[in-house]
Design a protein around this ligand. Structure first.
Ligand code: 13P
Length: 250
């Protein structure tokens, strides 16, 4: 089954509202391809202004995280309905930086995936092993437990709305990239797991993105791998030139 590529830019804690709107405009005006999906993921404050500025463009907007309750006395949180109302279509769940710095666990990932689906947002569940886990031969086990924990209790119809991002922690922001073969192998393992846990249709249709030091120079090789269905780009998504370079190369 041909899966449409998704190239997503996670702007993390970068870009003020003004800078984010300018970057989104540069990306939208430089985009010449319509055979793939392009997504930008600004910080929360910039999300609605960016979504409004892109309303006439095919570029989609997503959130970097969401809380699992829809509303209430939860100071400092942002929920699915709020993201949806602001113009988000997608939302990241379980990014390794959330796991490392903000106590994200498999249980809280699962709650966030459920909240995203309930709000009509498409969750992008991030999984990936650390360097020590890779060196210890634990990559597949780590991926399986992250997937099993975050997707516990969901059925195939729900799973059909989920995108997976494989982001090896050792390749994020380090300049180290998984080799094409390493990425394809991990994606293939994730797809096989989806097939066993849900069904063949879910396995065949789920987009699995690669993230970790994706740049214009390595994008084509990675995107050409049969199991790689797009990219989740950090640093290289912060300039229109390099993000558009990745989109062109994909
Ligand atoms: P870099 O592209 O900066 O390595 O970041 C990857 C990432 O974490 C995207 O979510």
């Amino acid at each position: 089954m041909a899966r449409r590529l998704l190239i997503a830019g996670n702007w993390k804690l970068h870009k003020t509202v003004e800078e984010a709107v300018a970057l989104a405009g540069d990306i939208a005006s430089g985009l010449v391809r319509d055979d793939l999906d392009v997504l930008v993921i600004p910080g929360f404050l910039a999300l609605e202004p960016v979504a409004l500025s892109l309303s006439a463009s095919s570029v989609l907007v997503g959130g970097q995280n969401l809380f699992w309750e829809d509303q209430g006395a939860y100071t400092g949180e942002v929920s699915g309905p709020f993201l949806k109302a602001a113009g988000a279509r997608y939302v990241l769940v379980g990014h390794s930086e959330r796991r490392e710095y903000f106590g994200e666990t498999e249980r809280t990932c699962r709650l966030r995936v459920e909240a995203a689906l309930r709000s009509g947002l498409l969750p992008i569940l991030c999984v990936g092993e650390t360097q020590a886990e890779r060196e210890g031969g634990q990559t597949e086990g780590v991926l399986e437990s992250q997937l099993a924990g975050a997707l516990a209790g969901f059925d195939a119809a729900q799973a059909a709305n989920i995108t997976i991002a494989y982001e090896p922690v050792w390749a994020i922001g380090t300049g180290l990239t998984a080799s094409e073969a390493q990425a394809n192998e991990a994606h293939s393992h994730i797809r096989a797991w989806l097939g066993a846990r849900f069904n063949k249709d879910v396995a065949n249709s789920t987009r699995i993105l690669y993230g970790g030091s994706v740049k214009p120079a390595n994008a084509a090789g990675l995107m050409n791998q049969p199991e790689v269905d797009g990219a989740l780009v950090g640093g290289a998504s912060l300039s229109a030139e390099s993000f558009l370079g990745i989109i062109q190369a994909a």
